[in-house]
Write a protein that binds this ligand. Structure first.
Ligand SMILES: C[S@@+](CC[C@H](N)C(=O)[O-])C[C@H]1O[C@@H](n2cnc3c(N)ncnc32)[C@H](O)[C@@H]1O
Length: 232
C-alpha cells in the first residue's frame, strides 16, 4: 500500500493507523496510575509553591502520554480536513497521538507536512516509531528539542497549529508562528479548563479581537481554545 493511499471517507479507518491509535488510547488510560506514582514529587513542588507544570518536568513525565482525547483527535482531524490543511505545526507531541490524527487529515487532503516537536528524547523516539508503524512518517516530522528553537523555521504558510506543550509557552510559541499563519488559519490550544488560571492571559489575548484572531473556548474534553487568524 502506498504511503499516500486513501481510505473510503477517512484515513482514520486505515487499519494501520486505527490499530496504533487504539493501542495508544488504551495505554493512555493508565496515565492516571502514572500520575499517582509522581504524586509525592508533585506535592513537594506544590508545598514550596511551584506550579504543577514547574514540578512536572519532561523527564518526570517521560512515561506519561497526556494525549488529546479520541473526541479531540477526531475534532482535529475534521478541522484540518474542513480547512484543507496541508501545513500543520504542533507544539508538544509526546507519543504522537494528536500527530497521528493531524497527519491522517493532511494525507486525506492530498499530502503536505505536519511538523511536531518534543523535548523529551525517549518520547521523541517513540513518536517516530508510532508514526512509522502507522505509515505516516512521510508526512509527519517530529523535531527533538525546545519548541522555541525547533519551530524557529517551518514551511509556510501554516494552515493549522496545535498548542499542547507546557502552558507557559503557548503565547511565546503563538507569537513565533503568527507571522507564518495564513488568513483563516486555525490555532487550537488544549487544556483550557484544567489550566484556566495560567492560560487566562492567553485566552484574553486571542479573544480580545485586537490581536488578529477571532476565538472561542470549546468545551471538548479539557477545553480547546479555537482561534481563527483574521484576514486583515
Ligand atoms: C500534553 S503532552 C502532548 C500530547 C500530544 N499532543 C498528544 O495528544 O499525544 C505535552 C508534551 O509537550 C512536551 N513539551 C513540553 N515543553 C516542551 C517544549 N518547550 N518543547 C517541546 N516539547 C515540549 C512534553 O515533553 C510533553 O510530552
Amino acid at each position: 500500500m502506498s504511503p499516500m493511499a486513501t481510505y473510503p471517507g477517512s484515513s482514520l479507518r486505515d487499519p494501520r493507523i486505527s490499530a496504533v491509535l487504539d493501542r495508544l488510547h488504551r495505554d493512555a488510560r493508565r496515565d492516571v496510575f502514572r500520575f499517582v506514582g509522581l504524586a509525592p514529587r508533585l506535592l513537594g513542588g506544590f508545598l514550596v509553591r511551584r506550579s504543577l507544570f514547574d514540578s512536572m518536568t519532561p523527564e518526570r513525565a517521560k512515561n506519561i502520554l497526556m494525549p488529546v482525547s479520541r473526541e479531540q483527535g477526531h475534532f482535529l482531524y475534521l478541522t484540518a480536513r474542513a480547512i484543507r490543511a496541508r501545513t500543520v505545526v504542533e507544539f508538544g507531541t509526546s507519543f504522537a497521538i494528536s500527530t497521528l490524527y493531524l497527519a491522517s487529515a493532511v494525507r486525506d487532503n492530498g499530502g503536505g507536512v505536519v511538523i511536531g516537536t518534543e523535548l523529551e528524547p525517549s518520547k521523541h523516539e517513540r513518536a517516530l516509531a508510532h508514526l512509522a508503524e502507522a505509515g505516516l512518517d512521510e508526512i509527519a516530522e517530529v523535531r527533538l528539542g525546545d519548541a522555541m528553537q525547533t519551530l524557529e523555521k517551518t514551511p509556510e504558510p501554516i494552515d493549522l497549529v496545535l498548542l499542547d506543550g507546557w502552558k507557559d509557552l503557548y503565547r511565546p510559541v503563538l507569537d513565533l508562528l503568527t507571522p507564518r499563519l495564513r488568513p483563516g488559519a486555525v490555532v487550537l490550544a488544549d487544556n483550557i479548563h484544567t489550566f484556566r488560571k495560567s492560560l487566562r492571559p492567553y485566552v484574553e489575548f486571542v479573544q480580545s479581537g485586537e490581536n488578529g484572531f477571532d476565538s472561542t473556548t470549546l468545551s471538548i474534553a479539557d477545553g480547546f481554545e479555537y482561534s481563527v487568524r483574521s484576514d486583515g
